[in-house]
Write a protein that binds this ligand. Structure first.
Ligand SMILES: CCCCCCCCCCCCC/C=C/[C@@H](O)[C@H](COP(=O)(O)O)NC(=O)CCCCCCCCCCCCCCC
Length: 207
C-alpha cells in the first residue's frame, strides 16, 4: 500500500503533519492532512485485525482524496471545495465519490480523535470508555446501528492506557502525555477551520 510509510508508528509524525497543515491564510493543506491520516491509519493497523473494518474504510477514503488531489493538483481543502462547488450544490450532493463528502467523513473522525486524545491526556485509565464516549459525542450519530454495534465491540479490544502511551513511541508516559498536549491544539485547529468552511457552504450534511 503506497499510503503506508515504513517503520513503527510515532505520534510525532502525526503531530508534525497536522502542524504543517494550516497556512498563514488559514488554509488547510491537503498533502500534510492526508499524511497525518496515513500515520493514524498505520497506528490503527498496528492494533490488530479487530480494527481492520475501520482502517479499510479510512484507507479507501484517503486513497480517493489522494487521487483527487493529484488529478486536479489541489493544494488546499479550500481549493477542492471551491472546485467541486463550481458544478452546483445539487450536482455535488448527487456524487457518491466527491472529495467533499469524503473529507466530511474524515472530518467527523477527526473530532472523535480530538476527544479521544483529550481523554487519554486526562488520565482516565479505561481506554474503551474514553473511546466510546468520544465516539458517541462525534461519529455515532452519523452511523447506522450495525456500524455503531461493530465499533462498540471493537473498542473493547483496545489496549490499556499505559500500553497506548507506549506504542505512541515518544518516550515515557509523561513525554507521551506532553506530546498529546502539543498535538491536540493543531488537530483542533484543522477541525475548526474545516467545520467553518463546510458550514459556510452548507456541506455539513452531504449524503
Ligand atoms: C484507537 C481506536 C480506534 C477507534 C476508531 C474510532 C472510530 C470508529 C469509526 C467506526 C467506523 C466503522 C467503519 C465504517 C465506516 C463508514 O460506514 C463511515 C461512513 O462512510 P460512508 O458514508 O462512505 O459509508 N465512515 C466513517 O465514518 C469514517 C471513519 C474513519 C475512521 C478512522 C479512524 C481512524 C482512527 C485512528 C486511530 C488513531 C488513534 C491515535 C492515538 C494516538
Amino acid at each position: 500500500m503506497a499510503a503506508a510509510a515504513a517503520g513503527p508508528f510515532s505520534l510525532r509524525e502525526v503531530l508534525d503533519a497536522f502542524r504543517r497543515c494550516v497556512t498563514e491564510q488559514r488554509e488547510v493543506l491537503l498533502e500534510p492532512y492526508l499524511s497525518g491520516w496515513r500515520g493514524l491509519i498505520r497506528f490503527l493497523q498496528s492494533l490488530g485485525a479487530v480494527f481492520s473494518f475501520i482502517s479499510k474504510d479510512a484507507v479507501s477514503k484517503v486513497a480517493l482524496l489522494e487521487a483527487h488531489r493529484q488529478q486536479h493538483r489541489f493544494v488546499s481543502l479550500q481549493a477542492l471545495v471551491q472546485h467541486e462547488l463550481a458544478a452546483g450544490p445539487a450536482a455535488l450532493r448527487a456524487r457518491p465519490d466527491s472529495g467533499c463528502r469524503t473529507v466530511l467523513r474524515l472530518h467527523r473522525a477527526l473530532r472523535w480523535l480530538q476527544l479521544f486524545l483529550e481523554g487519554l491526556r486526562s488520565g482516565e485509565p479505561r481506554t474503551s470508555v474514553l473511546c466510546t464516549d468520544a465516539y458517541n459525542a462525534s461519529l455515532a450519530e452519523h452511523h447506522p446501528w450495525v456500524v455503531r454495534k461493530a465499533a462498540t465491540v471493537a473498542f473493547c479490544a483496545l489496549p490499556s492506557r499505559d500500553a497506548f502511551l507506549e506504542i505512541m513511541n515518544v518516550g515515557s508516559a509523561e513525554e507521551a502525555v506532553a506530546m498529546l498536549g502539543e498535538a491536540i491544539p493543531y488537530i483542533g485547529d484543522v477541525y475548526g477551520i474545516t467545520q467553518e468552511l463546510f458550514a459556510k457552504h452548507k456541506l455539513l450534511d452531504l449524503p
